[in-house]
Design a protein around this ligand. Sequence first.
Ligand SMILES: Cc1cc2nc3c(=O)[nH]c(=O)nc-3n(C[C@H](O)[C@H](O)[C@H](O)COP(=O)(O)O)c2cc1C
Length: 184
Amino acid sequence: MEKIKLPNRPLGPFPAVLVGADVNGRPNYATLGACGVVSLKPVLYISLKDTHYTTLGVRENGYFSVNIPSAELVQKTDYCGMVSGHQTDKSKVFTPFYDESGKAPMIRECAMNYLCKVIQSIPVFDFTMFLGEIVAVYVNEQCLTDGKPDPLKINPLILMNPNYYDLGRVVGSVFKAGAAPNAT
Ligand SMILES: Cc1cc2nc3c(=O)[nH]c(=O)nc-3n(C[C@H](O)[C@H](O)[C@H](O)COP(=O)(O)O)c2cc1C
């Protein structure tokens, strides 16, 4: 199969997430493609531009939330990536909730929420990559099947410029699909 070389850019696909932080006493949210798993320990990374309003809150509080929007939240998700808390108050875009620590706002409307405590900050050009230990995970009850988070019910937004996509369908099972005879 012929390979076509593309520009050296992070083109995706990546899940789109909403990162939440309190800034100057109010919830603020930014849309991120740069978020993911770091290790089998419960640690996520996010990479935030240093000039973002959200970055101030993550630095100030040492906590952030990662919220997984379902496809129907595409308008609000994109909006949080288009306007900055420096100019526009985004605190009313979603309904925030907090755990006992009260350290970072999580988004009630999002299917899943991870509350993370910053354990390391790594400068990357004009961004900072924050590694966050997961201290709490929440899921909307209607997104469960047999007590487990169901990706098709969560239906996350997948980002690949210039569009958002939804999840589609199951194509294989983890640690099982690879055992099929034609996998090698
Ligand atoms: C789909 C999408 C993905 C984005 N990914 C990132 C990202 O990974 N890191 C980042 O720093 N900004 C990213 N942005 C830009 C911020 O979301 C945007 O600049 C936002 O307005 C920052 O808000 P704030 O200043 O209130 O924090 C993304 C925007 C969109 C629309």
